[in-house]
Design a protein around this ligand. Structure first.
Ligand SMILES: *Cc1c(COP(=O)(O)O)cnc(C)c1O
Length: 517
């Protein structure tokens, strides 16, 4: 059946393409420089979807064709769903374009890029209070990655190898990793990829994070580590690294009496909080100041304020990165230790990260992040008090990072998915999702207050939300309250197009979260 559909579509596409090749006689040949873009043959034809086109197009027409299609994407600046940076300074844009041509991995050819990379690792490691390295250089242990996902995969592999080195002597075979149900999807992915049992602690509607009490019963001799979210993707809350650290230290001390002397480490997933806490709450203890914290990841492309494509993995000290994972490249007379899941990548984002560190400095980052925190507080206050929002929304974030998350108070006839759909009509992209295991009955929405979501933009957003709530209060009709087929076929057609229909599918899809990262 599937196959029939596929070949049917291919036939239709071929037919369309054949028809479009018979362009009207008055269309101009597109390889003339003078050809008006929209008077060209290409613009009278379907865009290639299946086969590579036989003939080239002029760059101008090809560019316009692609640009036109991209218009259908959501507006990046109205995307409240993602943590990922959507605005950088024009000076950074220029550096990014310049560095795009360089393959980051060609350390020999681009020695200065490698040097800049090393500086970024050092600066970030010191921001996170990594102990001074024993080598004389000094060089801290870490690497850029494509994002926190790659960083986490590397850190999990390191935890598994460190555990295995000890476990092999005790014939222990089945490693497990402990984290909360609120952890980012990459944690489950890492366990699956590296054949590790995921020990996932459920959360609850009144506490959406991992706690010492939830963690302790899951730890045993086969636990390679405990992963803590700093902050949780679900509601932006910091897990209490200090409290978990104390509980785990006590447990490790008890286990020292056993023959099996493996100290269970902590990895802190600071994808979002890693570039917030050092500037906004520098006294909060969560990083390498705690001895069991052996590795940390950060997304440079979240609050590190760089465009998508850069993360960082840092190890407490060189000994925490198993030697088997490191591949040595000799260049310029030195010894460059390389580890990573990828090989070739553009140097752009590492250069852009260095630009931000140089350009903003500590005080600059602090100013930007404090502004984001102030904007998040402002948004939260508006949602609690403004017009039709008043009394309708219950905040579920803790304002640890610039993120506001809320549920609808009981008594609304419509759901967060209806709010999501209606807001989309005015361009705002705000995700609605069901909370993870243990809190499935809680459905929430999340707004990430990025640096370019200014006070003024927040006011415009709140106006849209007020309008949405007023509209839904007056006009919302629940699908379940509509009698089946009141107008026969016509109704069916209408219903399948209504937002209600997509909401029902969304709600029952069984997926915990959608469209958030
Ligand atoms: C965003 C996020 C990730 C994934 O990071 P990428 O940089 O998108 O790969 C992992 N963990 C947490 C807590 C996150 O917020």
């Amino acid at each position: 059946m599937k196959q029939f559909h596929a070949s049917h579509t291919i036939q239709k596409m071929r037919k369309r393409r054949a028809e479009s090749l018979e362009a009207p006689a008055h269309a101009l040949n597109s390889d003339l420089d003078t050809c008006p873009v929209y008077g060209s043959e290409a613009m009278l034809s379907a865009a290639p979807c299946l086969d590579i086109p036989q003939h080239p197009l002029t760059p101008r027409i090809a560019q316009q064709l692609v640009l036109d299609e991209l218009n259908l994407d959501g507006n990046t600046r109205l995307n409240m769903a993602s943590f990922v940076t959507t605005w950088m300074e024009p000076e950074a844009d220029r550096l990014i374009l310049e560095a795009m041509r360089k393959n980051f991995i060609d350390l020999d050819e681009y020695g200065q890029t490698a040097e800049i990379h090393k500086r970024c690792v050092n600066i970030i490691a010191r921001l996170l209070h990594a102990p001074d390295p024993q080598n004389s250089a000094p060089i801290y242990t870490g690497s850029s990655t494509v994002g926190s996902s790659e960083a986490i995969l590397l850190a999990v592999l390191a935890m598994k190898l460190r555990w295995r080195a000890v476990a092999a002597k005790h014939a222990l075979k089945n490693p497990n990793l402990v984290f909360g149900a609120n952890a980012h999807i990459v944690w489950t992915k890492a366990c699956f990829y590296f054949d590790i049992e995921a020990r996932i602690a459920p959360v609850s509607p009144d506490c959406l994070v991992l706690t010492p009490d939830r963690m302790l019963p899951l730890v045993d001799d086969c636990t390679i580590g405990v992963a803590l979210m700093f902050a949780s993707t679900i509601n932006g809350q910091y897990e209490d690294v200090l409290a978990v650290h104390e509980a785990l230290s006590r447990l490790n001390a008890q286990r020292q009496h056993n023959a099996f002397k493996f100290e269970v480490p902590i990895h802190v997933d600071a994808a979002s909080g890693g570039f917030v806490a050092p500037f906004v709450t520098p006294d909060l203890i969560w990083d390498f100041r705690l001895p069991l914290v052996k590795s940390i990841n950060i997304s440079g492309h979240k609050f590190g304020l760089v465009y998508a494509g850069v993360g960082w993995v840092l190890f407490r000290e060189a000994a925490d990165l198993p030697e088997e994972m490191v591949f040595h490249i000799n260049y310029l007379g030195g010894d460059q230790a390389h580890f990573g899941l990828n090989f070739s990548k553009s140097a752009s984002n590492v250069i852009a990260q260095y630009y931000n560190l140089v350009r903003y400095g500590f005080e600059g980052y602090r100013a930007v992040l404090n502004a984001q925190m102030a904007n998040a507080r402002f948004l939260r206050r508006e949602l609690e008090t403004h017009g039709s929002c008043k009394g309708r929304l219950r905040m579920v974030d803790k304002l640890d990072i610039p993120l506001v998350a809320f549920a609808l108070e009981g008594g609304s006839r419509f759901s967060v998915y209806d709010v999501q759909d209606h807001l989309r009509q005015s361009g705002w992209i705000v995700p609605a999702y069901r909370c993870p295991r243990g809190a499935e009955q809680l459905e929430i929405m999340r707004v990430v207050v990025k640096q370019d979501f200014s006070h003024d933009m927040i006011q415009l957003f709140v106006q849209s939300l007020v309008h949405t709530i007023e509209f839904l209060d007056h006009h919302f009709v629940s699908r379940t309250s509509i009698p089946a087929r009141p107008h026969g076929r016509r109704y069916k057609k209408m219903a399948s197009k209504s937002s209600g229909a997509t909401n029902v599918i969304h709600r029952h899809s069984g997926k915990a979260t959608t469209g958030i990262c």
